[in-house]
Design a protein around this ligand. Structure first.
Ligand SMILES: [Zn+2]
Length: 241
């Protein structure tokens, strides 16, 4: 891996603290480990086991569960990468949870599969990686209506009428384009995890906005505004033994 990629790689202290796994939220353009299992992503709720996603992209799914020592990965731009570790069975998972996939239930699918494999809600740990933040994620009002009618959500997610200022932004935040609302995608994931009984202490949100904080070329949405290019960012996790 080039030095710049290593320097911009991010990790979760919650997951690292478990001690039996390796993981990384890689920067845009850096390749995942050679033998990683990852699927062809469709913004669906489909989750597969690692060996079903070998060779890479040989099946369609938005979550890959690692039951062997093979790394499992997902690729994102502004969507949410969620890495999961089950401290009871030492299983891991990488989940691609954009708004569409989250609303389709991909996080619930991954949790259900891990529970079926022996996890308990008190053994599952989650790291929510770099994604477009509430500072830059403008959505149209019609999406809110859709969420209000989503049978999977026990509560309507929170959103803001005014664009939040991000004091840690490294470049200008997204400008308002649609007179819409400002939405917290990592917050939606956290809400959905709470809904399934996962306590706050088992969830870490990295709070890195791909639009205004991450390395250049990390944001698909920024590229639609400025045409300055973007590259996929991989997030991976692997049980060590
Ligand atoms: Zn931002």
């Amino acid at each position: 891996m080039p030095d710049s990629a290593t320097a911009n790689s991010r990790s979760s202290s919650l997951l690292a603290g478990l001690g039996w796994l390796e993981h990384a939220f890689l920067p845009a353009g850096a390749a995942p480990p050679d033998n990683s299992a990852f699927a062809h992503q469709r913004h669906s709720a489909a989750v597969v086991l690692d060996e079903q996603a070998v060779p890479a992209k040989s099946c369609d799914a938005d979550g890959v569960i690692g039951v062997t020592t093979r790394p499992v990965a997902i690729y994102t731009a502004d969507c949410l990468p969620v890495l999961i570790a089950d401290d009871r069975m030492h299983h891991v998972a990488a989940v691609h949870a954009g708004l569409k996939g989250a609303l389709a239930g991909v996080l619930f699918s991954a949790i259900d599969r891990l529970l079926a494999l022996g996890a308990r809600t008190d053994s599952l740990h989650f790291a929510i990686g770099p994604a477009i933040g509430p500072c830059c994620y403008e959505l149209g009002h019609e999406v809110l209506d859709e969420m209000q009618n989503n049978a999977l959500l026990r509560q309507t997610p929170t959103w803001q009428q005014q664009q939040p200022r991000n004091s840690r932004a490294l470049r200008p935040q997204a400008e308002a384009h649609t007179q819409g609302i400002w939405f917290d995608l990592p917050g939606l994931a956290r809400q959905m995890l709470h809904q399934r009984g996962i306590p706050a202490a088992q969830i870490e949100i990295l709070e890195v906005c791909t639009y205004c904080m991450a390395e250049p070329h990390a944001s698909y949405r920024r590229n639609t505004h400025f045409r300055d290019g973007y590259a996929a960012r991989y997030s991976w996790i692997q049980r060590c033994n």
